[in-house]
Design a protein. Sequence first.
Length: 184
Amino acid sequence: MARIEPSSSAAAARECGIDVFTGTVEEYIAKNSSDKKFDFVLCSHVLGATPFPVETLDGMRQLLVPNGYIWVGVPNTDSEYARKLGWRWHSTYFPRNIIQFTPKTLSKAGELAGLEIRRQSTYSFPEAVGYSLCLQWHHRWLIPHKISRRLLSENYLKRAAQELDSRNESEPIIMEFCHPQIRN
């Protein structure tokens, strides 16, 4: 197992006893033997913070064993709340997220990196749906977050998240990539 973290969070992880490489995927490959391969690469809400996502995905592809796969999660700018809130949407925060993705643009980045989509979906956490709904209410009707949050039941948020997922309009895109010759 290799953990790669480009930010200063790597130092905090090491203080907790977690072995973490500080740097990018490309720097990891340059420093370590390219013979070391992995079954699975996880990239959760990081790709939007990389300046060259195609190159980063290509580096991840180079780290895979022939039947391995890459799991990527990124904010979905084609989600219902991203469209409704625009720049006010919580996942547009700059400078952390310098690149925004839709399912189409993420799949294109994977294709350019020599990958094939194995599976694509969206998945909403009810809490994130509630936060976006509160942002929308605040923007539209100036309802304070403390008040709007109390109006939303846990059951309502679960149903709202499931509805968004059924339409693939949830806030995060979850995409699994594999080498083009691997079809599971």
